[in-house]
Write a protein that binds this ligand. Structure first.
Ligand SMILES: Nc1ncnc2c1ncn2[C@@H]1O[C@H](COP(=O)(O)OP(=O)(O)O)[C@@H](O)[C@H]1O
Ligand SMILES: [Mg+2]
Length: 227
């Protein structure tokens, strides 16, 4: 099943008054359980592409279909609801709230989505799955970079998304922590979650099922031998 499909996606920005395409006719199809790495130098449009895929940004032109539905046709409120329910997003860098414990950070998205689930049980499960149960009562400032990244991934998984988008989740991590994050992504993908992550690290690139490359906003499929 196709989870996400972007067609001829364009995002235009201006630099010194001149328009340019930060994302230039990007076509990307993401299937259930696929683990996709997005590579490309800084400024090539990776973050913009992920934000468009998440519905956080509106494209200048082109389409985004999520589970077959045209998300650009949805009113903002509907889009937010869909995002909260079906899409997990791990922003670049440190994104945990400093004054909340790891447990409360991970549980946070649940408050935006009341339902019959056991929020505390789900939080404990995710902390365990990401190997950070022992850090539940700690504050972000007390964690290593890898631990913070795991907590941010757990938070993104709170509402059981079908698509997880992660912007440079392995940035600034040592090789062991990179392996840890990629092990988590591989396990999620094996359970059917589609995972799309941007990265600069070869260790992470090598773990992807597919690698796509952004260059000046243009997206192309990278052959496995090049990865
Ligand atoms: N809000 C914005 N306004 C204008 N230009 C932007 C904006 N966001 C990103 N850009 C530009 O778009 C290009 C792609 O940025 P980005 O998607 O952040 O690249 P990457 O994540 O690959 O480093 C860059 O040239 C960046 O300066
Ligand atoms: Mg970026």
């Amino acid at each position: 099943m196709t989870v996400l499909e972007t067609s001829n996606l364009c995002k235009e920005y201006r630099r010194n008054g001149d328009p340019f395409l930060a994302v230039d006719n990007a076509c990307l199809e993401v299937g259930e359980g696929e683990l996709i790495g997005v590579v490309g130098r800084s400024g090539s449009g990776k973050t913009t592409l992920l934000n468009l895929a998440a519905g956080l940004l509106k494209p200048t032109s082109g389409g985004v279909r999520f589970e077959g539905a045209d998300i650009l046709a949805l009113p903002d409120g509907e889009m937010s609801r869909l995002r909260n329910r079906r899409i997990g997003y791990v922003p670049q860098g440190q994104s945990l709230l400093a004054n909340l414990t790891v447990f409360d950070n991970v549980r946070l998205p649940f408050h935006f989505l009341p339902r019959g689930d056991d929020a505390s049980g789900r939080t404990s499960f995710l902390l365990d799955e990401l190997g950070i149960s022992h850090l539940a009562d700690m504050y972000p400032a007390q964690l290593s970079g890898g631990e913070m990244r795991r907590a941010a991934i757990a938070r993104a998984m709170m509402n059981r998304p079908i698509l997880l988008l992660a912007d440079e989740p392995t940035g600034d991590l040592d090789p062991a922590a990179i392996r840890g994050v990629m092990d988590v992504f591989a396990a999620l993908a094996a359970r059917g979650v589609a995972v799309v992550f941007s990265t600069h690290e070869d260790e992470a690139v090598g773990r992807a099922d597919r690698v796509v490359e952004m260059a000046s906003g243009k997206l192309s499929e990278r052959m496995h031998s090049e990865a």
